[in-house]
Design a binder for this molecule. Structure first.
Ligand SMILES: NC(=O)c1ccc[n+]([C@@H]2O[C@H](COP(=O)([O-])OP(=O)(O)OC[C@H]3O[C@@H](n4cnc5c(N)ncnc54)[C@H](OP(=O)(O)O)[C@@H]3O)[C@@H](O)[C@H]2O)c1
Length: 311
């Protein structure tokens, strides 16, 4: 494994982390052996949220990490509330922060969270001084080591870094979603940590999607719509000759593209099997050559570079 600094937070992370969205529910049950494999192979970064899988994600992580707490970096999130049987809503009040943090700590079986992230807040939340005073106090008490923001746009991420003491940004950038790529330079300028969510474009960049997989109606396919899904499959075949090489799978090539940017601290692919965890861990230390990076940037007159495919 290769380790990188999470900006100037003083926290070191494995460059391959694990995205634990959905962990413990649906197609992401029974993944304990995959998590054990990651731990045994030097992965230290695990990303979750109080709202993921109705709490199962944090609970599974807590069980697997028991006895190894000091060796890992837990990134969790607050601010998305999903009432049982109800619709999700956002709540970034100090009251909800004070309610959510103990829940996450109990489920994770720990008394501190390394990186506590605001989970896609509206920009106005960044002006709430009470909230950031509270987060600063939690850092001072050691209940959290650092705080950050999970967001999808460069402008809000920069505003967060400029207006608060939060030093870590989780952002959605991948080969098929490059609109926020300029943020990497902004983050480097501000010595911020950068965690890359959705590094495989939801699985499309694994190169394993076909007309029949995921099946019609599956959650991601339904979210993207059929035209977008078909477009992803077509785009994969354009980049495959650059990403896939003897000894490097397509998915590893897509992760290596991200790891080729110095500003990136870690990528957190959402793992769905032991085999995929092995594949992701195998991408540690892989980088694309300058020529491969240039080929992708220039492909189709900049077609790939201009992509902004949604989550
Ligand atoms: N708002 C937020 O804060 C937010 C939003 C989204 C995501 N995230 C974070 O980012 C993480 C990752 O996001 P994501 O799961 O949506 O997208 P992703 O990492 O781009 O894609 C994950 C999918 O790719 C496939 N896959 C994963 N590893 C693979 C490998 N090594 N080889 C081949 N296929 C592989 C799996 O699909 P199949 O099983 O179908 O093969 C998996 O479900 C989440 O778990 C979460 O921690 C945060």
């Amino acid at each position: 494994m290769i380790y990188r600094q999470l900006g100037n937070t003083g926290i070191t992370v494995s460059e391959i982390g694990v995205g634990c969205g959905g962990l413990g529910a649906g197609r992401k049950v029974g993944l304990e052996p995959a998590l054990e494999y990651a731990l045994d192979h030097g992965v230290t970064l695990f990303d979750t949220a109080v709202s993921y899988a109705e709490g199962a994600s944090e609970q599974v992580l807590g069980r697997v990490l028991a006895g190894r707490r000091e060796k890992v970096v837990i990134a969790s999130k607050f601010g998305t509330v999903i009432p049982p049987g109800g619709d999700a809503y956002k709540d970034f009040s100090v009251g909800n922060l004070r309610a959510s943090l103990p829940v996450s700590l109990a489920r994770l079986g720990t008394d501190y969270i390394d990186v506590y992230q605001l989970h896609n807040p509206p920009p106005a939340v960044l002006e709430d001084r009470r909230l950031f005073d509270e987060l600063d106090a939690l850092v001072a008490r050691g209940t959290i080591r650092a705080y950050g923001l999970s967001i999808d746009d460069c402008a809000t991420a920069c505003r967060f870094l400029d207006a608060t003491r939060g030093r870590a940004i989780q952002i959605n950038i991948n080969l098929f979603k490059q609109k926020e790529r300029p943020f990497l330079a902004e983050a480097a300028r501000r010595s911020a940590g950068v965690i890359i969510k959705v590094p495989l474009a939801g699985g499309a960049l694994s190169g394993r999607f076909t007309r029949d997989y995921p099946p019609p109606g599956e959650e991601r396919r339904a979210r993207w719509g059929e035209a977008d899904f078909a477009r992803r499959i077509g785009l994969v075949e354009k980049v495959r000759p650059v990403l896939e090489r003897p000894g490097r799978t397509m998915g590893q090539g897509a992760l290596a593209w991200l790891l080729s940017f110095d500003a990136v601290s870690a990528v957190i692919p959402g793992i769905s099997s032991l085999e995929k965890m092995q594949d992701a861990v195998g991408a540690a230390g892989m980088r694309l050559t300058a020529e491969e990076m240039r080929t992708l940037d220039e492909m189709g007159g900049g077609e790939i570079r201009a992509l902004n495919l949604s989550w």
